[in-house]
Ligand binder design. Structure first.
Ligand code: TYD
Ligand code: MG
Length: 456
């Protein structure tokens, strides 16, 4: 029997070391290594509490005879926004991690999904390790849950959860959450890195072994990462994030990793008192709260995954200040903001001594360079207190010498703009050919030309 060894495990990223270190060499966190007893090789039982199948002889196959995965079975959840983010539905036997801030609506979303399956007669199981059965029942009533094959288990012990699988034989399973479930086969308190990793590993074995489409809920920690993000992201098949800005009811579902489909797709929902409602026309929803003709606001056409999305970029420029001016960016790239401020300075639009705030309205994130021209236009609009006509839309990447560069997918971006009634667009000259009918397209080669077109 091997002697128990101790390891020091980083609570932020899961890195481990035999000796204590003040700073994690993997993620750079300070004071994050905690001493734990290392699990010995044979201390990890198989899913159903130690039963499990005997290990057979591994059989290599010729690579050209290997399973292509084309036979993978997808279950449509019936929640269209989720199905699209997953790449056409949930793959059976897959493990999906759903991350997000507490209160954003993760439990609500997954309860809704299980209800949709259940209405089609599929057996499903919702395991709540956070809320009592009564609390979940009350929520289910509020959501109008109807399925007769949706089962509920309020339990924190993973082994007991797995023992219950035999009774329900679910096709879809929700484990809510990875931080509150505990596995007897690992050391540590619930939510610690060893526990989180063990729970996820065993959930994966169950998903694969019993062919159950499994969701694992994970709360995001204050610094924005899932507990043990690196280890979990590698372990699971897909990682989705559910986000909101804390103020508006709009929720965005984002795919961060997907072993069975593309990433970058977004799904939009609104949290109402009857639960989460899908928002298939996100552009209309995002523009609904717009105050037309406000200086410092510009509408742009962004690409989110394969979908164009109209979004409002806002800027607020303060008065000149003798102290170091602040730069705040919400949802837009801070490095690009600094670059745009410098480029605008060269054009005589001086912002270097003023506080500058920019944001993508609605809690969106628009990190793509195609938002540059809209950010620059919003900054100049706020600086000069000039509003654009409400049917004007702007997109394009701005380079270091003030040139305006082409962007990917100009056609879909313009089509979305036309569909929502934008009649005048200022875009890279290279994209001007893609103009839809009825839209005045002004192709520009430089930021200077764009500012002339917009503000003179
Ligand atoms: P919840 O799904 O519990 O969030 P999470 O699992 O991510 O922590 O959602 C919690 C919030 O959503 C809570 O503040 C109440 C609100 N809510 C509604 O507005 N409408 C509803 O129908 C439900 C069920 C919740
Ligand atoms: Mg919850």
């Amino acid at each position: 029997m091997a002697k128990d060894k101790s390891v020091h495990v980083c609570q932020a990223c899961g890195f481990n070391s035999t000796k204590w270190l003040g700073r994690c060499p993997e993620c750079g966190a300070w004071d994050s290594l905690v001493e734990q007893r290392a699990p010995t090789a044979n201390s990890r039982p198989l899913p159903s509490g130690g039963g499990g199948r005997a290990l057979g002889v591994a059989v290599p196959v010729p690579i050209r005879a290997a399973d292509t995965g084309e036979g993978e079975v997808r279950l449509r959840t019936g929640v269209g926004e989720l199905d699209r983010v997953l790449g056409g539905g949930l793959v059976t036997g897959s493990l999906t991690l759903l991350g997000g801030d507490p209160g954003v609506g993760k439990s609500t979303l997954l309860l809704t999904v299980l209800d949709r399956f259940s209405r089609r007669g599929l057996p499903t199981l919702y395991v709540s390790a956070e809320e009592s059965a009564r609390q979940v029942r009350l929520r289910a009533e509020r959501l109008g849950i109807q399925g007769d094959t949706l089962f509920l288990l309020a339990e924190t012990e993973l082994d007991r959860v797995f023992d219950a699988l035999d009774q329900v034989k679910p096709r879809a399973l929700v484990l809510d959450s990875v931080q509150t479930l505990t596995s007897r086969s690992a050391e540590g308190v619930p939510g610690s890195i060893l526990q989180v990793r063990e729970v996820a590993t065993r959930a994966m074995q169950v998903a694969k072994g019993l062919d159950i489409a499994t969701f694992l809920v994970g709360h995001i920690t204050k610094d924005g990462g899932l507990a043990g993000p690196k280890t979990l992201e590698h372990l699971v098949d897909a990682v989705l994030y559910f986000e909101g800005d804390g103020m508006s009811p709009l929720r965005v579902l984002r795919s961060h990793k997907n072993r069975f489909g593309a990433t970058g797709e977004l799904g939009f929902f609104e949290m109402r008192d009857v639960g989460l409602v899908e928002v298939p026309d996100a552009s209309a929803r995002l523009l609904a709260e717009r105050v037309a003709e406000a200086p410092g606001t510009v509408v742009t056409s962004a690409m989110e995954g394969s979908r164009p999305l109209l979004a409002e970029v806002q800027a607020l420029v303060g008065r000149p200040t003798p102290s170091t001016p602040g730069r705040t960016s919400l949802g837009l790239d801070k490095g690009r903001l600094s670059m745009l401020i410098a480029v605008l300075g060269k054009l005589g639009q001086h912002l270097h001594d003023r506080d500058v705030f920019v944001s993508a309205a609605g809690g969106l994130r628009l990190p793509e360079p195609a938002a540059d021209l809209a950010i620059a236009a919003a900054l100049v609009g706020s600086l000069r207190d000039r509003a654009l006509p409400p049917d004007t839309l702007v997109f394009g990447e701005v380079g270091l010498v003030g040139e305006v560069r082409g962007v990917a997918h100009p056609g879909p971006r313009l089509a979305e703009a036309a569909r929502h009634g934008f009649r005048r667009v200022v875009i890279p000259a290279a994209a001007a050919e893609a103009a839809p009918e009825g839209v005045e397209v002004i192709g520009v080669r430089t930021l200077k030309e764009a500012l002339v077109a917009l503000f003179s």
